[in-house]
Each structure stands twice: as structure tokens, then as C-alpha cells.
Design a protein around this ligand. Structure first.
Ligand code: BYC
Length: 474
């Protein structure tokens, strides 16, 4: 696939051959830049940041590293190369050639999926816009900006699909992407987790671990789509997504490491003493984990979803690694055991597998989260500290789906409202916990320096050391 890197909008979709589309996207570009300047990373416009920029879709060497002023970042449109003879992998059209145009009967469903996905990308940039002012190290600051730029590119990816395949209403939806804002009372972002604040770096590390991981699973299931342009777009987005989750996994691990070091130095488990030493005690980390895990679980939708069943049957949105699953990929006959709330009790109930597609994706996600948590727990073990971080029960603190109707404790018991209220401050970050974590947020951005509450990473970016000058302030 030929790549036009010098175009106003770098791309490998032959934009130059479609003047109308090119003009439409070029006219969206200034609105995007205005939005970036207004709601992108605060106070960063003139910084030179050592960033990776996608320049190819080859597995090897797909990105360039170099100093860039972020408003000049080359946000491009890149899709994975087409697979010769690809057929629709699931649903009632299984085995038919993939679509390269939007099938009329699925137009509104597809548009909705693309809009929902696209809406999360600028939302996360908005959520993180103040974090650059309190980065715990220059390395972290650079990584934050990297993620922000790539979320911007993912917005471009969805906006490209809307402009290229959905005509006038696609263009209107693209405009709306820049009009809804995270937390806005009148025009909020579409999904709940993207209207929550990311007020501190612990929340940010948790967000990139838990919420970006939802991104991995949603993008993977869209990467199976029978609508080939969507599948190919999401395939390439996943390449960039891996680094975002790396920031979360290693970020939380570095916080845990620092806490363990302080505990060992002071020979204490007393949260007050750990806090006095400028680190975050483990019970507080557990509460942040509980919060971010539960709001991210909501992003998978209802356990039993006719929307998801319809998307699947239509061949629009599949399951995680659909082709590796050993079944008929139609699911009309299959069954699935789903944990549900029924008559006030938590039970496993058998449903048609097709209706349970959201839950299947959530199951895959839960397993993946557990792998990360196990890695964090190894740090405690290494320091001989008798504490384990745990994923709370999937019903805990849910706003979407069956469990939203009840109060479920982290260990999976249905509890009364009184009991919930009594325990809430030991299950979720209290105002005091949040105030403490926020009190630690002070910019520490000289090369090689690091804040008190987080350990340095074991290696830097692109072969450079931790103390490399990743950001030049102008
Ligand atoms: N908040 O049938 P259901 C990422 C609504 S993250 C608010 O279960 P469905 C990223 C739902 O719309 C990945 N509303 O819904 C990460 C429906 O409304 P209607 C983002 C919600 O459609 C970090 C009703 O409840 N990508 O990339 O099966 C940084 C019934 O629910 C929510 C996608 O999400 C909610 N959480 O499932 C940057 C992929 N959940 O029809 C980026 C595209 C449900 O009654 N989206 N509702 O009006 C989808 O596949 C689906 O829309 C969902 C929802 C899985 C989100």
C-alpha cells in the first residue's frame, strides 16, 4: 500500500485520489487543531516532545521517533493492508466476501459503533489535559503526551471512516466528536467512564491499565468486522494501543514498588507512616483499583444485550480473537453461563450465547486484568509483604447491567444500603484518600528526577535512558 507522508494529512488510503474526501477532511483538520489547543494537554503547545509518529503499517519500523511540537504532530490515517479474499468471519453472512462499502441495512448500527468508539478517543485527551502540570518525571510526561497524540490519531481514524463512508450524517457526527466534552453537563461524552475525572497520576495509571484495556477488547472485536475498512482501521489502532496499556501496567507496578520500598525502609505497614514518607499505602491502591476496574467493566454494556446479538449476527462486531474460537461463529444454538442478579441473589444462569456476547468479551477482559494484578502482587511477594491486590467481584459498584440494581461488596455479597454506606470509604477512594493522592501531585520534570511516590521505570523509551531529555520546554 502506498503511503503519502508528505500530504497535509499523511495517509495510506489514497486520499489524493479522492479530492472530495480530501477536502472534507482538510476542512475538519482546523477544528481538530483548535480543539487540541483548547482541550488538549494544558500549557504544552511549544514543548518539543520526543514522540513516536506512525509512518507505516509494516510490523517492523512502523513508527518514527523524534522531537515534535504537539500541535504539529502528523496525525495521519493508516489502515492495515487488506487480506486477499477475506470473508466475513461470523454471523449470518459468515463466509461471504467482506464489505468494502457500508451495507444499507446496517448503516445506522455501524455508524453508532464507530461514533461510540470515536467519542472515547478525544474524551480521554480531555480527561488527561491537566496531568502534564504535575508529572512525576519527564519520562512520564513524555508518555502522557504520546498517549494523548495517539488518542488524537485514533479519533482521526474514526473520523476518516465517518467522512469516507457515511456522507453528510458522517460529517455531522465528525463535528459532534469535537462538541461533546468529557464531564460536560449538557453535552457529555457517550460512555460513563469517559466523563469521570482523571485528576491525578495514580488515576491515570489505573485508567491506562483498566480503561485502555477495554479499548483493546473493543477494538479487537471491531477488528473482526465484516465491514473491512473498520476491521483494518482497528487492526492498526491496536498496534499503538499496546504502549498505552504498558504505561498502565508498569505505572501501577512502579507505584507498588515504591510503596514496598518505603515499607521495607521504615519496617512498617502503618498507612499513616507510609503516607508521611510520601508514598501511597497499599489499601489506598486497592481502592483506586476497585474504582477503575468497576467503571471499566461498565464499558462492556449489559450482560444480556440484544444490541450485541444484532451486531454479531449482522457481522459487524465479533468476539475477541474470533477466529481462534472453536464453535460455529453463528451462536444461534450455543449456550453460556452468565453471572446475574436474580431475586436479590447472585446466580449463574444459562442463556443463549448470542445474547451473551458482551459478557463473553467482559470475561476475556477480566482474565487479562488478572494477569496484570498477578504481576503487581509479585512485587509485594519479592519484598516479603503479606498483601495482595485483588480484582473485586464483577458486580461491585456497577452502573450498567444486572448488578446496577443492587449493592454488591468487593467480595461478591449482596449487601444492604446501610452496609454499603458504612463500608464505602474502605472500598472506594474516600475524599480524604483523593485529597492525599492529589497532595502528592507536584511536577518533577528535571531529567532523571522522580517523585516520592513512584519508582523509576526499568528502562526508557526507544533505547534511551530514564534521564534522557524527553521534553524540551520552550
Ligand atoms: N455507558 O445493549 P447494551 C477505548 C447503553 S474504550 C453509557 O448492553 P451495547 C479507549 C447502550 O448504549 C472502547 N451507556 O449496549 C480507552 C444502550 O443504549 P440504548 C470504546 C451505556 O450496545 C481509553 C443501552 O445502554 N469502544 O477505545 O451492547 C482511552 C443498552 O445496553 C453503557 C466501544 O465501546 C455505558 N458504559 O453495549 C481511549 C466499542 N453501556 O440502545 C479510548 C463500541 C451500555 O438503549 N461500542 N450503554 O439507547 C459498543 O460496542 C457498545 O456500544 C457498548 C455497549 C459495548 C459500549
Amino acid at each position: 500500500m502506498s503511503i503519502d507522508l508528505n500530504a497535509k494529512i499523511p495517509n495510506n488510503v489514497n486520499l489524493a485520489e479522492d479530492r472530495r474526501l480530501q477536502r472534507a477532511l482538510e476542512s475538519w483538520q482546523p477544528s481538530f487543531i483548535d480543539w487540541w489547543k483548547e482541550l488538549g494537554p494544558e500549557g504544552s503547545i511549544n514543548h518539543d516532545v520526543y514522540l513516536r509518529t506512525a509512518v507505516s503499517v509494516e510490523a517492523e519500523g512502523w513508527a518514527n521517533f523524534g522531537y515534535v511540537k504537539m500541535p504539529e504532530y502528523r496525525w495521519g490515517i493508516f489502515v492495515a493492508p487488506p487480506v486477499e479474499g477475506r470473508t466475513i468471519p461470523f454471523g449470518e453472512h459468515k463466509g461471504q466476501p467482506v464489505w468494502n462499502e457500508v451495507p444499507g441495512e446496517y448503516r445506522s448500527s455501524l455508524r453508532r459503533l464507530i461514533v461510540t468508539q470515536g467519542d472515547t478517543e478525544p474524551a480521554s485527551v480531555e480527561q488527561q489535559r491537566l496531568l502534564g502540570l504535575t508529572a512525576p518525571s519527564m519520562y512520564d510526561l513524555r508518555n502522557l503526551f504520546q498517549v494523548n497524540c495517539e488518542e488524537g490519531r485514533h479519533l482521526w481514524a474514526m473520523v476518516y471512516l465517518l467522512h469516507a463512508y457515511f456522507g453528510r450524517d458522517g460529517r455531522e457526527e465528525a463535528e459532534m466528536m469535537l462538541q461533546r466534552h468529557s464531564g460536560d453537563v449538557d453535552k457529555p461524552r457517550i460512555l460513563g467512564a469517559f466523563n469521570e475525572e482523571t485528576p491525578d497520576w495514580l488515576s491515570y495509571f489505573m485508567f491506562t491499565f483498566f480503561t485502555d484495556r477495554d479499548g483493546k477488547y473493543q477494538l479487537s472485536s471491531l477488528a473482526e468486522s465484516g465491514f473491512d475498512p473498520l476491521a483494518r482501521t482497528c487492526q492498526f489502532m491496536l498496534t499503538e494501543e499496546a504502549h498505552h496499556m504498558f504505561i498502565g501496567t508498569t505505572g501501577v507496578m512502579r507505584v507498588v514498588t515504591r510503596t514496598c520500598e518505603v515499607m521495607a525502609e521504615l519496617k512498617t505497614e502503618d498507612p499513616d507512616k507510609i503516607r508521611e514518607a510520601g508514598a501511597i499505602d497499599l489499601p489506598t491502591l486497592q481502592k483506586y483499583l476497585n474504582f477503575h476496574y468497576s467503571v471499566s467493566l461498565d464499558l462492556f454494556g449489559q450482560e444480556i444485550s440484544t444490541n450485541a446479538a444484532n451486531y454479531y449476527t449482522a457481522g459487524l462486531k465479533g468476539r475477541f480473537e474470533e477466529s481462534k474460537i472453536d464453535d460455529d461463529h453463528v451462536l444461534k444454538e450455543g449456550v453460556a453461563n452468565i453471572t446475574m442478579l436474580e431475586d436479590g441473589a447472585i446466580k449463574d444462569i444459562e442463556y443463549n450465547a448470542l445474547l451473551a456476547v458482551n459478557e463473553r468479551l467482559r470475561d476475556d477482559y477480566v482474565d487479562d486484568c488478572q494477569i496484570g494484578v498477578n504481576r503487581w502482587n509479585k512485587v509485594m511477594k519479592r519484598h516479603k509483604i503479606d498483601f495482595e491486590l485483588k480484582l473485586p467481584h464483577r458486580g461491585f459498584h456497577r452502573a450498567i447491567g444486572t448488578f446496577s440494581e443492587a449493592n454488591i461488596s468487593p467480595d461478591g455479597n449482596v449487601v444492604s444500603k446501610e452496609e454499603w454506606d458504612k463500608n464505602i470509604d474502605s472500598w472506594l477512594p474516600s475524599d480524604e484518600d483523593r485529597a492525599f493522592v492529589i497532595s502528592l501531585q507536584k511536577a518533577c520534570i528535571e531529567p532523571g528526577k522522580i517523585a516520592s511516590w513512584v519508582a523509576p521505570p526499568s528502562r526508557g523509551i526507544d533505547g534511551h535512558p530514564f534521564d534522557y531529555e524527553y521534553v524540551r520546554f520552550n
